[in-house]
Design a protein around this ligand. Structure first.
Ligand code: HEC
Length: 100
C-alpha cells in the first residue's frame, strides 16, 4: 500500500513538473486578449490592464492569481483548460504582477 501511494505521489510530482515545463506565457497572452480584456477595458479604460496595476489590486501572490484566473474563466464561460489557466496566470505574473 505504502509503495502504491509513493508511486502515485511520484507520478503526480512528475506530472506537475512536466506541466511547469510547458508553461507558455505567450499562448496565455493570446487567450487573455481574446477572452478577458473586453470587460476590463469597459470598466478601467485604456487596455484594461489598470485592473492589474491599480494600487489596491487584490492579487498578491502566484497562488491567488492562479485561483483568480480559474474563477474568472469559470464565471465568464471562457472554458480554459488547466494548462490554459496556468499560461494566462504566467503571462499576467510576468507582465504585471512581477511577484517577488
Ligand atoms: C464580465 C467582466 C469580466 C471578465 C470577462 C473578466 N474579468 Fe477579470 N475582473 C473583472 C472585475 C470587475 C474585476 C475586479 C474585481 C474586484 O475588484 O474584486 C476583475 C479582476 C480581475 C483580476 C484581479 C485584479 C487584481 O485586483 O489584482 C484578475 C487577475 C482578473 N480579473 C483576471 C481575469 C481573467 C484571466 C479573465 C479571463 C478568463 C477575466 N479576468 C475576465 C471583470 C471581468
Amino acid at each position: 500500500m505504502a509503495r502504491l501511494l509513493t508511486a502515485a505521489l511520484l507520478a503526480a510530482l512528475a506530472a506537475s513538473a512536466f506541466a511547469a515545463d510547458k508553461i507558455d506565457a505567450k499562448a496565455g497572452k493570446t487567450l487573455h486578449d481574446k477572452q478577458c480584456v473586453n470587460c476590463h477595458v469597459q470598466r478601467w479604460g485604456g487596455d484594461g490592464s489598470a485592473v492589474y496595476t491599480r494600487a489596491d489590486r487584490k492579487i498578491k501572490d502566484a497562488t491567488s492569481l492562479r485561483q483568480r484566473v480559474a474563477m474568472c474563466s469559470a464565471q465568464t464561460g471562457a472554458k480554459f483548460f488547466p494548462e490554459d489557466e496556468a499560461n494566462v496566470a504566467a503571462w499576467l505574473a510576468q507582465q504585471y504582477y512581477k511577484f517577488k
